[in-house]
Each structure stands twice: as structure tokens, then as C-alpha cells.
Ligand binder design. Sequence first.
Ligand code: 5GP
Ligand code: ZN
Length: 114
Amino acid sequence: MADCIFCKIVAGEIPSEIVFKDDRVTAFRDIHPVAPTHILIVPNKHIASINELQPEDEGLMGYLFTVERKLAEQEGIAQSGFRSIINTGPDSGQEVHHLHLHLIGGQRMRHPMG
Ligand code: 5GP
Ligand code: ZN
């Protein structure tokens, strides 16, 4: 997607602090972290939101969470705990229309966010 900021990060056209990358998924630190660990895990292919998910994306979505588990361990927050957030559409406050999983941790969470 030409105008998608996360597609540009995946393609390496915009700098970011990438913490994991393979042929399916890219993970990088959020530019405005709300906690000591705040990582965004995105599919490399452009999917605007959960509303656009197709049946063939089921494996990819499961894989996002497997990557999240590995990153939580790497960050040292697997046992202390973390929050997983995917925003979809206007009421959620979704700002970037490329599906992304927020991995947030390293501090005690306030309810309901951050
Ligand atoms: P949303 O509200 O769409 O769920 O979350 C979008 C997230 O992307 C926000 O937490 C925001 O700080 C982050 N973000 C927006 N633009 C950039 C960017 O250019 N680089 C990085 N690393 N994060 C970004
Ligand atoms: Zn995109």
C-alpha cells in the first residue's frame, strides 16, 4: 500500500527500531511508548484491520501471537505480565490502518489501557 506508514517500515523505507523480522511478520518499538515495553507486531502484507481479515489469514494471526510470546520473553516481561491490544475502527481509536498487535508491559497496567 503506497501511503501506508507500516508498509514503509516493513519495506525499510522509514526508519524504526526493529526487534524482530522474518518473511511474515515485522516487530518494532512504538514511537510513542505508553510503557517500558511497547512493541508493535505487524503482518508484512497489508491488512487494514481485523475487518479485512480473510480465512487464509488465520495462520498469520496465530503467528502474530507466537511472535508476541517470544518477544515478551526476550523483553523479560513474560512472567510479570503484559497486555495485547489490537484496535479496529473509529471507536477503538485505530490511527494506523495496517493491522498491528500492541505488546505493552514492564509496568503495572491501569485499567483499561497503558
Ligand atoms: P493504533 O492507535 O492505530 O492502534 O496505534 C498506532 C500506533 O502506532 C501508535 O501507538 C503510534 O504511536 C504508533 N506509530 C505511529 N506512527 C509510527 C511510526 O512512524 N513509527 C513507529 N515506530 N510507531 C508509530
Ligand atoms: Zn500497510
